[in-house]
Design a protein around this ligand. Structure first.
Ligand code: CA
Length: 505
């Protein structure tokens, strides 16, 4: 006879196992007369360097994004989604492996992702999903663990890309963002195994530097003044410690090529004609004006922001087309659609472009998820979530166990509107690429719902921000009287997270 305690344990275990198996397909062949529960398809759309400030659903005052906004309207918007390391290749390795950079081996853009790494994509392929990776891969070796791939070489160009399709080089003519969307739609129509659920990773290179607009959007924003961020002329008086040495200002670190003041040699003749028509007259006007100082910075910001936003509009077109394709193919109801970026981006905030820092524009990333029947339309989450969570989330949604080494948590309960009571209260961040482009020193950070503590351990400097009172992070409170208690708590939290995630010096 069971004691009360043993019975309680049995009941608890039954509850846990029952919950864990709720979305799992039955093992082995499906008995006659029973239909196997449909595992959801997963369409993962990721842009590169897409600022949440440049998405309508996040309240952009600079552009409109009807395609992307549809995911928010029909699904969940995450307002506190973060990356663990705000730079291109490391973010991709984190997403695929579910491991922090120090454990997946990709600390910076120079590292190679071990092609034999365990990834959620490889596990889904092994579990019978029909899988494809299309677009920007950026992890050096060709993708493994997918049924099909067609990827850009390294960063890839904005126009006329050569791609690697299942090991073979394929030359394309046209605008890369549109080509990636076309390839993704082509695979949905004819490439996938229609008898199995699918995973499609559609990863744009846009709107990465150097922001070359597509033919359909090259004249967008003509005659419009893009609003300037409040911190465009930030002099880092309060956060001067690491910022004094960075090289990512709109004022001084954009090249003539970035600003379209130099000839873009990558274009074919027809593309160049549209390009010249769009830029030549404006460039003549600019040269004649002889701007200096803040006036010159303002002009550079307008040119930079417009080209960036023009690139975003092509990404947004692609999202809209993919959603329409899911509708047309009758797949929308059983497909999880994710829109995210490999990190955030400074669209002039603090006077910068680029990413890397643990500041909000960079560390925080857009994340929108539609999952009909599971995610309430128009819902918003303020839970602290990370790109580290994607792998366990997709595995969980597919009814597959996440390997024990994966460090993230499945977002499925949050998506269903029931955040676990013990959900994380802080996020750990670590940037490594120094020395490197833009000269941003290494740092680690802890971010809670209300505060952020950053350790610039190469220089021994610290920063503390009150994210409620100071959303722009312009007032470093570290060492200020009255902040001893919060600083102590955050330093203890940082140590706890370092231990939890097995970070070593
Ligand atoms: Ca990126």
């Amino acid at each position: 006879m069971l004691t009360f305690r043993a019975a309680a344990i049995v009941l608890t275990l039954t509850g846990i196992l029952g919950a864990g198996c709720a979305t799992s397909p039955p093992a082995g062949p499906t008995p006659p007369g029973l239909t196997r529960p449909a595992r959801p398809n997963i369409l993962f759309i990721m842009a590169d360097d897409h600022a949440w400030q440049a998405i309508g659903a996040y309240g952009s005052d600079r552009n409109v994004t009807p395609g992307i906004d549809r995911i928010a309207r029909e699904g969940m918007r995450f307002d506190r989604a973060f990356v663990t390391n705000a730079i291109c290749a490391p973010s991709r390795a984190v997403i695929l492996s579910g491991l922090y950079s120090h454990l997946n081996g990709v600390l910076d853009n120079g590292d190679t992702f071990d092609p034999d790494s365990t990834t959620f994509a490889g596990l889904l392929t092994g579990a019978g999903y029909s899988t494809a990776m299309i677009g920007k891969w950026h992890l050096k070796d060709n993708p493994r663990g997918f049924d099909h791939y067609e990827v850009l070489i390294d960063q890839g160009p904005y126009y006329n890309p050569t791609m690697i399709r299942d090991g073979e080089r394929v030359a394309h003519e046209g605008y890369t963002t549109d080509i990636i969307t076309d390839l993704a739609i082509g695979w949905l129509r004819e490439g996938r195994d229609p008898d199995e659920p699918f995973l499609l990773m559609c990863q744009h290179k846009a709107p990465h530097r150097n922001w070359q607009p597509g033919p359909g959007h090259i004249n967008d924003f003509d005659g419009v003044a893009i609003p300037e961020p409040a911190t465009l002329f930030d002099d880092w008086a309060d956060n001067a410690s690491p910022a004094r040495d960075q090289e990512m200002t709109v004022a001084n670190h954009l090249s003539d090529h970035d600003l379209k003041l130099a000839r873009q040699t990558e274009l074919n003749d027809g593309q160049r004609a549209a390009w010249d028509a769009a830029y030549d007259a404006e460039n003549e006007e600019f040269r004649a004006a002889g701007l200096t100082g803040d006036g010159l910075t303002r002009w550079k910001y307008q040119r930079y922001a417009k080209d960036y936003l023009r690139c975003v509009q092509s990404v947004d077109d692609g999202v809209g087309r993919l959603l329409a394709e899911l509708d047309a193919l009758g797949l929308a109801e059983n497909t999880i659609v994710v829109y995210t970026s490999d990190q955030g981006w400074f669209l002039g905030e603090h006077g910068w472009y680029d990413k890397r820092w643990a500041y909000e524009e960079s560390m925080r990333t857009p994340l929108l998820v539609r999952w009909p029947g599971r995610v309430a339309p128009g819902s918003v989450s303020t839970d602290l979530v990370m790109n580290l969570d994607f792998a366990p989330t997709f595995l969980s949604a597919a009814g597959e166990p996440a390997p024990g080494q994966m460090q993230g948590e499945s977002l499925t309960p949050i998506l269903e509107g029931r955040t676990p009571e013990d959900w994380r209260q802080s996020v750990y961040y670590h940037y490594y690429e120094h020395p490197g482009a833009h000269n941003v020193v290494r740092h680690e950070a802890v971010r809670t719902a209300t505060h952020k503590l950053i350790s610039f351990y190469e220089t021994g400097e610290w920063e503390l921000y009150d994210l409620v009172a100071d959303q722009d992070e312009v007032t470093n409170l570290y060492g200020q009287p009255g902040t001893e208690a919060i600083t102590g708590r955050l330093r203890a939290e940082l140590e706890y997270l370092r231990a939890k995630y097995a970070v070593t010096d």
